[in-house]
Each structure stands twice: as C-alpha cells, then as structure tokens.
Design a protein around this ligand. Structure first.
Ligand code: HOZ
Length: 430
C-alpha cells in the first residue's frame, strides 16, 4: 500500500502541531505505524491522501453512526450554512435539538448545549458540586470523561494508550477530591460511600465504557450506583458522550432502565460537528446561570450548523428498525471476528453492546481496566497494522472502542471478517 503522501504530511505536521496530531491517540504511536492522513469519506469508507480506501470502524470516534456524508445530514448542514455559521444568540435549532434529546431520554428534563464532551462532563461536575455543596467526585478506573483537570485521574483512552496515570500540569490539590474506583466493582462503591457518602457530590460513570476498549456494565452495577447515590443525597452522572444514541436511541440508561440525575452527551448529537451537551433533572439544571448561580458559558454553544447536523442525525435514528439493523450487523461482525480468532488459535476476548465492540488480545474476560490491561499490546499493534494494510481502519489503540454504522452493509462486514481471518493467521504464524 502506497503511503508516500501521508508520510510527508505527517513529517510536516510534526513541525507545526505537537506530535503531528490534534488528539494523541491519532499519532498511532501505540501501534507502531504512521497515521494515515484522511482526505475524504463516503458511507463506511475513508480515503487517505494516497487514495487508499479503508472500511472505517472509528467513525470519528463515535459520531458517524449513519456513516459519512449521509445525504440528509449534508442537506441539513447546507441549508443551515446558507443562513449563517454562528450568531452567538439563541436559535430555533438549539431548542428543537434540546426537545429531541428530552423526548428520547426520559431522565433529561432540561439540556444545555456546549461544544465538546469534555465541556459537558466538566460542566456537569461543576453543577453537581454547586448543587450539592459537596466536593468529592467518584469516577472509575479506565473511564475517560474528557481532559478536564478534575477528571483526568486513572483515565482510559489516550492516557491509557500512552500508559500514563494522569498528566503533569494538574495540581494535586485539584484532584484531591476525585476518587477513582475499579469499574464494575459494586462492593468497592458501597464501601467508599459508607465512609464518605455524605461528602460525595456525584458519581460519574460511562454506563457502557468505551475508553478502556469496550466494557459493558456488570449486572447490578449501575443499579448499585443509583441506589447508593440516592441513599446519600449524591448525584449520579451518566457520561453518555459515546454510548448516548449509540447503544439505543435513549442511550444506555434506556437499555438498562436507570434514571441518572445528570447525563452528558456529545458525538452523535452533533452529527459529526463539534457538540456536547449536559442535561437532567429540572431542579438541578435550573441552578445553571442565568437561571441559577452555577456559571458556564460558550461563544459557539448551540452552533446552528452543528445543531442542524445533530437534528438530521437523530431524525434518521428515530426511524423504525434502525437499531435492529445495527444490532444485526454488529452481531455478525462480532461473531465473525470471534470465529476467526478461534480458527487461528489466537486468544481473544470480545465485548459488545449494540454497535460498540471491543476485541482484546487476552484469554481473560474483560470487565474492568485491570483485565483490559492483560491484553497483549504488541499483538494488538501487529493486528492493527495487518488490518490497516488490508484496508480496515480500526482505532489505533487497544483502549478504544470499535463502532459499526448503518453504512456498514453486509458486504463490508464480510470483507472485514475475511481480512481479520488473514490478519489473525499472520499473527499466529508470526
Ligand atoms: N480519545 C477520544 C476518544 N476516546 C478521542 C480521540 C481522538 O479524537 O483522537
């Protein structure tokens, strides 16, 4: 596969952008290759600067659930663009998108738009602290809630990929009130809440974790979080930036039938444009300025082009049968990959919730960050490179999820399984 242009672009980018990328995992350091510079995309495919085509399972890290350049989304963006790109003033579109999210997600009674998932979680945590008058935040190892200082503790995603516990630049005093516990460990949560519950502002969790690879919640785990927060007057925040409108139209909370107090969104609700949002109980959301004293603001918040893209995306997703299609294709992909691993004698463990998948190079069941880290990372790197050469674009980290879109038709899924078979055979032979 010819990669001359990507190679030159990466060399030039490294001179002007730290690491040559605007988000660390994209540099492909963990998988021992150079990043491909993407020139365009269509449906389930990406095309790089050398015009190589790839079946895309990154989907811009989650938002592209309809596939790339869906005609309805492009039309909505084009119409919005014709009216202007940013007004810094209220619009009908932001109100409509808020209504659409509120309709879909029963725990959300009010919603505030921001510009990224990081902003959404950061603001939700501030609100939780402001509303409860408490400081402690509980999170879980391997969950990633964006890069706000308070939450960058034992995080997944890029920090796990680079194998660093946190980041220089975050004073110890800033994270002294953040406790990180093992994911899916209900007992650990009960015990910490028994001791500190009355000082805990909130528990924040990815109800379907997608930043330590993909890890589903164990039966009863989310229920425990709901119960202990209610018992202690703490808030429960679901970070559904990745799984919202992904694992079900109403998100993980509708799938598992839990009502958190606050929910964070991003990715899909922006239809591929930069968006975040946080929402929840009216009595809590009313404490945000200007209705209440908890301050949060943003120049581009509720950007009309992003709102239009999000609305068009949700309109497609609410059509009957959409999530059944995603389920069927994702199920076939997971089965096919598992069979290929077995056939080639490669120990691998698979997790899947709807169209979010995780494939780990370990014989352990992956149920938390500790077990995710038993994965054979050099082997994942080799698999990644084999798959890339075969035209399959995976996330370049064992600690990211794989996303299937509605544009992944049966032929694309079968092509991926065949490529995996060949790639896994190369691993077992190597
Ligand atoms: N780390 C984020 C996803 N888990 C975003 C990665 C990126 O955009 O490169």
């Amino acid at each position: 596969m010819k990669t001359d242009r990507s190679t030159v672009l990466f060399q030039n980018s490294q001179k002007v952008i730290p690491g040559g990328v605007n988000s660390p995992v994209r540099a492909c350091k963990a998988v021992g290759t150079l990043p491909r510079f993407i020139h365009r995309a269509e449906g389930c495919r990406l095309f790089d600067a050398d015009d190589n085509a790839y079946i895309d399972y990154v989907g811009s890290w989650g938002p592209m659930i309809l596939g790339h350049r869906h005609p309805a989304v492009i039309q909505a963006i084009t119409e919005a663009l014709a009216r202007g790109t940013s007004f810094g003033a209220p619009t009908d579109l932001e109100m409509e998108l808020a209504c659409r999210v509120i309709e879909a997600v029963p725990s959300v009674e009010m919603l505030r738009m921001v510009n990224s998932g990081t902003e959404a979680t950061m603001s939700a945590v501030r609100l939780a602290r402001g509303a409860t008058g408490r400081d402690i935040i509980i999170k879980f190892d391997g969950c990633y809630h964006g890069h706000a200082d308070t939450l960058l503790v034992d995080a997944g995603s890029g920090v796990a990929t680079l194998n660093i516990p946190g980041s220089p630049g975050i004073p110890a005093s800033v994270v002294q009130h953040t406790l990180s516990l093992p994911y899916n460990d209900a007992e650990a949560v009960r015990s910490v809440m028994a001791e500190k519950g009355k000082d805990v502002a909130a528990i924040i969790v990815e109800p379907v974790a997608g930043n330590m690879g993909m890890v589903p919640p164990a039966p009863g785990f989310l229920e425990t979080l709901r119960a202990v927060t209610q018992e202690n007057g703490s808030l429960l925040i679901f970070d559904e930036v990745m799984c919202g409108f992904r694992v079900a139209y109403g998100g993980a909370q509708s799938l598992y039938d839990i009502r958190p107090d606050l929910t964070c969104f991003g990715k899909i609700i922006g239809g591929g444009l930069p968006v975040g949002a946080y929402g929840g109980r009216k009595d809590i959301m009313s404490q945000i300025a200007p209705e209440g004293p908890v301050y949060q603001a943003g120049t581009l918040s509720g950007n009309p082009v992003a709102m239009a893209a999000g609305l068009a995306t949700l309109e497609q997703l609410r059509q009957p049968g959409v999530y059944d299609t995603l389920e069927k294709r994702s199920g076939r992909l997971a089965e096919g990959l598992a069979a290929a691993a077995r056939r080639n004698g490669v120990p691998a463990s698979f997790n899947r919730v709807g169209s979010m998948l995780g494939m780990f190079f370990t014989d352990r069941t992956v149920e938390n960050f500790e077990t995710a880290k038993t994965s054979d990372l050099p082997r994942f790197g080799q698999y990644y490179r084999e798959m890339l050469d075969a035209g399959i674009y995976l996330a370049p980290s064992q600690f990211e999820a794989c996303f299937v879109s509605l544009a992944h038709d049966d032929a694309a899924i079968e092509q991926t399984i065949q490529a995996a078979d060949v790639s896994l055979a190369a691993l077992s032979n190597g």
